[in-house]
Design a protein around this ligand. Structure first.
Ligand code: URA
Length: 463
């Protein structure tokens, strides 16, 4: 039996060196014990060392990326699984393309968990200021990740909070940034992190400003936000108070939020989009490939809201690029609208589907999924503040208006949204694709273009 010892739970370089040595020596996966500890790697402990392996081999880049992620998983079997995959990939370089292979699927699952955990950390870490007399203020956050992701995520925080001096304490490993260098120290206790301070107040102000009391379902909050993060989040303390002053707050809500983020909408939007990548507010994130966030300039005067990404959008990570997107593109062009100048998004940011053989068939999002996803749409709207919004279909209309509407009844007149913007309801482009009668399809298409032209004219009035 060979023993491979890694320096830490996330020691990818150590794993790679050991795995390469073992693979070159032709050691079978079931003849290796992987362990994490302080002792130096002793790859051939209980056996006479084989001749020093020589030569090198390369593996496909996607394997390295996948292995780097999956290795951060807490699953104790991950080192062995990855070594098995490595040995199989040497014989079958295209193995990763085989999505039906159980080992490939299992490891991709591990990598997906890790990616999600990293996004959660980015979304839920909240720094609190520690004042130290005469010294630079230091910001400290407490976080409890599910996997060994602290080191893998450290660069992100260094880039994002580059001018601050900060520490993120976690039970297993803590990371510190002094404006120049990242340092790692052993894990900490929750009690080591501070409890409240001015930054907390800033965050509360921001959260309060984007909070839409009409849309809160207190009972649903546990589903939307993993409960384990509640205790670290300041928002949750605010909910009862915000609900109580609901009416008063609503009017100034959008303006206050924008003022609070300092007007740098693009930077905030990028952060928001990044956070949405880790969204687990409803179960749709599970089977979907990725979050498909909105896109377009943050100073767009016209926003389009669709239903949810389709099969192609789910893969591309961009809204309206599949068949419905082609109809949409053709129609907006006919209405004199330049897609590069409008903001295009969806009410629901994950693809909901039912598998049928190898195909994924679109499934309509349910009310709770639309409600859960409003969190993102509301924040996109706070940042873009479009004076004119087009709801493409009933799901979009429901998300924007907070109630179920009939397209035929609400079409053709502007509806005022809570933030003061105009909402124009029209059909969804995929409705046009489904019409079997050609004459009717052409008539409906022309009506759709008319609706879009009206919206364009309205948006131009706000130039
Ligand atoms: N349908 C939508 O509503 N949105 C997309 O992004 C694609 C299809």
């Amino acid at each position: 039996m060979h023993v491979a010892t890694l320096a830490s739970e996330d020691d990818f370089d150590g794993w790679r060196t050991a795995a390469r040595t073992l693979a070159l020596a032709g050691v079978a996966p079931d003849a290796v014990v992987w362990q994490v500890g302080d002792q130096p790697a002793d790859l051939f402990a209980d056996q006479p060392a084989p001749d020093a392996p020589s030569g090198a081999f390369s593996v496909p880049r996607p394997f390295v990326d996948l292995a780097r992620r999956a290795l951060c998983h807490r699953d104790p079997e991950r080192f062995a699984l990855l070594y098995t995959l490595l040995t199989r990939i040497r014989a079958q370089p295209k193995l990763l393309d085989d999505q039906a292979d159980p080992l490939v699927r299992r490891i991709e699952h591990l990598a997906k968990d890790v990616r999600r955990d990293m996004h959660k950390m980015r979304a839920f870490v909240r720094f609190r200021e520690i004042a130290v007399d005469g010294a630079e203020p230091r910001y400290v956050a407490w976080f409890e990740p599910d996997n060994h992701i602290v080191r893998a995520n450290a660069d992100f925080f260094a880039r994002r909070f580059t001018t601050m001096h900060w520490s993120i304490l976690t039970p297993e490993l803590s990371v510190h940034w002094d404006g120049d260098t990242l340092a790692f120290t052993p894990g900490a206790h929750r009690a080591d992190a501070p409890d409240g301070d001015p930054l907390e107040e800033t965050w509360k102000t921001y959260y309060a400003a984007i909070f839409n009391p009409a849309r809160v379902k207190v009972g649903a909050m546990t589903k939307e936000m993993p409960r384990k993060y509640w205790k670290n989040m300041l928002e949750t303390a605010l909910v009862p108070e915000l609900l109580a002053s609901a009416q008063k707050r609503e009017s100034g809500m959008i303006a206050a939020a924008h003022a609070d983020i300092g007007g740098n909408a693009r930077v905030s939007w990028e952060a928001l989009r990044e956070e949405s990548g880790g969204c687990t507010r409803c179960p749709l994130y599970g089977p979907a490939t990725q979050t498909v966030f909105g896109e377009g300039p943050t100073d767009a005067r016209l926003m389009f809201v669709g239903e949810q990404p389709g099969d192609q959008e789910d893969i591309a990570g961009r809204p309206f690029v599949g068949p419905a997107g082609q109809v949409f593109d053709r129609a907006i062009t006919a209405a004199g609208i330049d897609r590069a100048r409008v903001y295009v998004t969806n009410a629901v940011k994950h693809f909901k589907f039912e598998p049928r053989g190898k195909r994924r068939i679109h499934a309509k999002p349910a009310g709770p999924e639309i409600d859960a996803c409003r969190w993102w749409l509301d924040q996109e709207r706070v940042l873009v503040r479009p004076p004119v919004t087009v709801a493409l279909g009933a799901t979009a209309a429901r998300a924007l208006l907070g109630r179920v509407v009939t397209i035929s009844k609400s079409r053709g007149t502007a509806i005022t949204l809570p933030d003061g913007g105009e909402c124009w309801v029209t059909v969804h482009p995929s409705y046009l694709l489904r019409l079997p009668d050609r004459v009717q399809a052409e008539e409906e298409y022309a009506r759709f273009v008319e609706d879009l032209t009206t919206a364009r004219n309205r948006a131009e009035a706000f130039a």
